[in-house]
Design a protein around this ligand. Structure first.
Ligand SMILES: [Zn+2]
Ligand SMILES: [Zn+2]
Ligand SMILES: [Zn+2]
Length: 382
């Protein structure tokens, strides 16, 4: 027996095949083996290791790999280098960088998405990503998004659901209480804290961007506003004709109706100052809507999205800044945990307390009347 490497046969052959360098086995190199290998796309270059194995060089890529001679005779040998090249190409098509096989699962590979967090995915899954059927979401980014969503409403995302429900997560409220909540609910701020009794119904609100079309008169206006229920009742509330079409383009969750009102007002003021041409004069739409402002030209949509981007970033920032203090603060609830009692001092638990407000809205009003803290907010944002 002598020790050699298969690369001596072909300088193109990589040495990464299974377990190079290979040990040559000095048995006869049967002609019918060589012929069978050739007919299947390989050059049989040596017998190796023991009487059962041979080294095959791929006629497509020149890579060498080890196979049993029985595979050569009775089946189709597969070139691992060609397979890896395909995985690499599929990864590129899927928008990912191929990092290599997953040593723990032979059907999985390691990939780098554009965000830079390594992910492990099944090869067949990445094929579906490449063909656009599914997307390769990064778990790390998803966790970051969920953390940000939770922080807006005064909750800290702690981890997966201890009871194993994939739709739930474990969260800690700003009062210190830990609780399982469905992620979809927390996304919209719909969660009562069982620890301090703070009720979501007295809490969150939304700044929305609506797309309003009136096909009959070919009019099309985006509307920016705030509401505790941006999806429902809009047609009716805006006094639109029956044949008008309203689509919710986007909603940004806000910690309180208060916050939503103040930020929406500030946004309109800023838009009026910086982009007066984006506003539609009231007479143009007075016949189909009962609002008197907040109606923009369709060309202003990118500006409106920028405005929402900024509000979203500010809300997340504010949530991050107030969280450490909020967590260390003692729960301020009655001994009986009565939610009504807690709601009577809405600001006590409001994580947005540090968010700057316009002075006119500093009185949040009694529970149940969120969003109508002042007449001006009520008039435009109900
Ligand atoms: Zn190959
Ligand atoms: Zn990521
Ligand atoms: Zn709580």
């Amino acid at each position: 027996m002598s020790k050699t490497t298969c690369s001596s046969h072909d300088t193109r052959a990589p040495l990464s095949a299974t377990d190079l360098p290979l040990v040559i086995h000095h048995g006869e190199l049967h002609a019918h083996w060589v012929e069978a290998a050739r007919s299947k796309g390989f050059d049989l270059i040596a017998r190796i290791r023991d009487r059962l194995h041979v080294a095959l060089r791929c006629q497509t890529c020149g890579g060498v790999h080890v196979a049993r001679h029985s595979v050569v005779m009775n089946a189709q040998p597969l070139c691992p280098h060609c397979i890896e090249a395909r995985w690499r190409a599929t990864a590129i098509a899927a928008g990912l960088t191929w990092l290599g096989r997953n040593p723990d699962h032979r059907h999985y590979g390691r990939y780098l998405p554009p965000c830079g967090h390594e992910i492990r995915r099944q090869f067949t899954f990445v094929e579906r990503v490449a063909s656009g059927v599914v997307s390769a979401r990064c778990e790390t980014c998803l966790v970051h998004r969920e953390e940000a969503e939770a922080l807006r409403f005064g909750w800290t995302r702690l981890g997966r659901d201890p009871q194993g429900n994939p739709n739930y997560r474990l969260y800690r409220h700003s009062c210190g209480h830990e609780q399982r909540i469905a992620r979809a609910n927390l996304q919209w701020g719909q969660c009562d804290c069982a620890g301090c009794g703070q009720s979501w119904t007295a809490k969150p609100s939304f700044i929305y961007l609506l797309d309003i079309r009136h096909p009959q008169t070919k009019r099309h206006y985006p509307k920016l506003g705030y509401s505790s229920r941006p999806v429902k009742r809009h047609k009716h509330q805006l006094g639109l004709p029956k044949d008008a079409e309203v689509e919710v383009l986007r909603v940004v969750a806000m910690p309180t109706g208060h916050d939503a009102c103040a930020r929406e007002k500030a946004a309109h003021a800023r838009l009026k100052r910086a982009h007066p041409e984006a506003l539609v004069p009231h007479p143009e739409y007075a016949d189909i809507m009962n609002v008197v402002s907040e109606i923009y030209q369709p060309e202003a949509l990118p500006i409106l999205h920028d405005t929402l981007d900024r509000i979203e970033a500010e809300v997340i920032d504010a949530a991050h800044n107030r969280t450490p203090d909020a967590i260390s603060a003692p729960p301020r609830t009655g001994a009986d945990g009565n939610p009504e009692g807690a709601n009577n001092i809405p600001e006590a638990h409001t994580p947005a307390a540090s968010v700057p407000r316009v002075p006119a809205t500093s009185n949040p009003g009694p529970p149940g009347q969120r969003g109508i803290a002042t007449r001006s907010c009520a008039a435009t944002g109900a």
